[in-house]
Design a protein around this ligand. Structure first.
Ligand SMILES: [Zn+2]
Length: 150
């Protein structure tokens, strides 16, 4: 673990969200964006059986995903802001006394499309609409590169 991470860890109640490349702590630069599933496949990937998935999607067109979200982070070592798909890792009782562990992966376009209010025009995925709506994010030039990083 590098020194920056140790420094960060001294801050109170810091979430253990680490850069998948460097294993260092990431600094959040956005709010959390909730993710929704709108296909049976997306729900099945999360351990919900087909029947239940169908019922959920019949009663609600988009089903909120629990313990998953989209958030932008700055990595000191990547020297870049990137969008990540964050997922709370399942923990058994054995680990209950330890800090919450998160699975961190670069957010693919598919995940973007599941996020609240981030709807891409058909066949033309772009973060343009997103950055317009969240103007303060446009201060981060790397956001524009998002679609090339996936
Ligand atoms: Zn990094």
């Amino acid at each position: 673990m590098n020194q920056r991470c140790d420094r960060n860890r001294k801050r109170s109640k810091r979430r253990a969200i680490l850069c998948p490349v460097h294993g260092c702590c990431l600094d959040s630069v956005s709010q959390k964006y909730r993710l929704y599933a709108d296909t049976v496949g997306q729900l099945q990937q999360r351990g919900i059986n087909r029947r239940k998935s169908l019922i959920l999607l019949t009663t609600q067109t988009a089903v909120p995903l629990v313990g998953e979200w989209l958030e932008a982070f700055w990595c000191d070592q990547c020297q870049q802001t990137k969008w990540y798909h964050i997922k709370k890792a399942q923990q058994g009782a054995f680990h209950s006394s330890q800090a919450q562990i998160y699975e961190v992966s670069l957010a693919p376009t598919e995940v973007w499309q599941q996020a609240t209010g981030v709807i891409h025009p058909q066949g033309n995925p772009s973060v343009g609409e997103f950055t317009k709506r969240h103007a303060r994010m446009s201060d981060h030039p790397n956001i524009k590169d998002f679609q090339f990083q996936i």
